[in-house]
Design a protein around this ligand. Sequence first.
Ligand code: FES
Length: 152
Amino acid sequence: MSGELGELYQEIILEHSKAPRNYRRPDSANHEADGYNPLCGDRCSVYIDMEGGKIEEIGFQGSGCAISRASASMMTQMVKGKTKEEAAQLFERFHSLVTGKDEAAAVEELGKMAVFAGVSKFPARVKCATLAWHTLQKAIKDEKEKEPASSA
Ligand code: FES
């Protein structure tokens, strides 16, 4: 991606990396996982409040480069309110996007997150862009979900 559009996309990534959204552990979190990028040693934790298979609340924390932080930030915005199946499908799309496969379909479904398409030209950065997503998948499988309080 080049020219003005490329710059605009770069700005969105920088803005999210400087002021990441949902950078916290929600009090209600009942699923969590830690992720690790072996290429650089950076880490990411993802916390979810999952109720009945739906991501009601989500946050993340960790160290990482601008791409990993921006990706985590935008991911939290994107998957909030989604079911775990929908989140898995979005991850599949995002993975296709950053690895340069099936880009058109991915762009259509990912909206703003399509700014990460440029990552496909830098294979070493794919792990940065997907760190939070892998961690999200792990968190979804975390077995700590509590049963809702019974009204009986
Ligand atoms: Fe470590 Fe990108 S360089 S996550």
